[in-house]
Design a protein around this ligand. Sequence first.
Ligand code: NAG
Ligand code: NAG
Ligand code: NAG
Length: 326
Amino acid sequence: MLFLQIPLLAVLLTAGDNDDAFQEEFTFKLIHSSSFYNHSWVKSRNSLWLGDLQTHGWDTFGRVIFLRPWSHGNFSKEEINKLIEFHRLFSIEMPHELHRHASQWQLKYPFDIQIIAGCELHPGEGKVVFLQVAYQGTEFLHFQNNSWWPSVQDEIKAQLMCRRISQYHIANKIIQRILSDTCPRFLSSILDAGKFDLQREVKPEAWLSTGPNPGPDRQMLVCHVSGFHPKPIWVKWMRGEQVQQGTQQSGILPNADGTWYLQVFLDVEATETSGLYCRVRHSSLGGQDILLYLEHHHNSVGWIILAVMVPLVLLTALAFWLRKRW
Ligand SMILES: *[C@@H]1O[C@H](CO)[C@@H](O)[C@H](O)[C@H]1NC(C)=O
Ligand SMILES: *[C@@H]1O[C@H](CO)[C@@H](O)[C@H](O)[C@H]1NC(C)=O
Ligand SMILES: *[C@@H]1O[C@H](CO)[C@@H](O)[C@H](O)[C@H]1NC(C)=O
């Protein structure tokens, strides 16, 4: 456990003292998926992502939706329209081509095609581009150096397909340029335009609850942490200085406002809950971790019992006294 915490802490500490420039690597990517039901029916979905954050979507009429105020970056209208047009043509041509060659390439309806394409910027000016295509959920070809390559060597489907689509010289040149030139330029420009939003620090709120009982005489403790930004966070169930071994974490899920939400669980013996607390460490808290003690529950229950008991005892005493006097 300790081995895991040290790198995490290092990440949090470096995230804490970021100056104007971003320290991390950033990825901008298109996610496309198409479900081919039969020879005449295909349903496609597209979205664009900056890391975990969706920046663009498409509506049912095929129009691009800019989801953030900075989703245009500093690109001109013309340049953006050219990209949208290329994507639109691709979205029409790609299914046509697959339908046309479905039997030759041994594609069996219904099938799914997924494409992920984009670029990665590293702090030292380095960049990486990628374009991968999956068939039925498994990667089977990729684009590199102006050309298409099978990702699985002995797959006839992939080889036949690569041979064919590598012949679209003009389209492939455009794809190469979009990946290695347009994508990194656009990525830096939205990082710049969205800096205020992307680097904002929002403090988490945290609360405790209990989940469904995991078994007889056991209790599931849940620590909820919500509304924080940026995403890196450290949340553990602890006793004293000891992180509890059974601590389990949900995925970090997005809230609608661009902040994040997380649940951290601990499955314990119902009699072993004393002294447990949930500890939340986040860059927005400036070293002041949030500590939520389970004891408060018991204490408040204790207070409620006391608050009910005392008047009850007094009333009984009063009743006895009154009866005596009658
Ligand atoms: C193709 O699939 C769609 C959706 O399932 C269906 O409505 C349509 O009738 C099918 N067309 C053919 C030619 O099978
Ligand atoms: C890409 O092509 C260039 C020049 O044609 C070559 O130097 C390089 O090794 C190639 N890279 C890969 C990964 O094939
Ligand atoms: C757009 O933004 C990028 C990165 O912030 C910058 O390098 C480039 O000069 C800008 N281009 C224009 C036309 O403003």
